[in-house]
Design a binder for this molecule. Structure first.
Ligand SMILES: [Zn+2]
Length: 107
């Protein structure tokens, strides 16, 4: 019997200054738990899928790599949202700057 896989939009974590940040999922499986530390600026980019041109994804990032995350108390979803908003503030809500930082932070 055939089956089909349906694309669904990931859940929103933060909407701030015109920037939307979404959860990523293990193997991009929405039915699996969202990743605790990995997020994406683009719903088309996740753990497996990537809609970016070029080699490295410029949308998926580890919140633990943000200097803002290390500065505060690091427990729970509130500290994640606070760090993501501070990250957006640092780049004045400019998606191009946020993506450039993600690209530059990758090994
Ligand atoms: Zn990507």
């Amino acid at each position: 019997m055939p089956y089909q896989t349906e694309w669904v939009k990931p859940d929103l974590v933060v909407a701030y200054r015109g920037v939307r940040v979404y959860h990523t999922y293990r193997y991009d499986d929405y039915n699996d738990s969202p990743r605790l530390f990995w997020f994406t600026l683009d719903p088309q980019c996740g753990e497996e899928a990537c809609a970016c041109q070029g080699a490295a994804c410029q949308n998926v990032f580890d919140v633990r790599s943000l200097p803002e995350y290390a500065e505060g108390p690091v427990e729970g979803a509130d500290s994640v949202r606070r760090a993501v908003r501070a990250f957006i503030d640092r780049h004045q809500g400019d998606l191009g700057q946020l993506r450039a930082w993600i690209r530059a932070s990758q090994p």
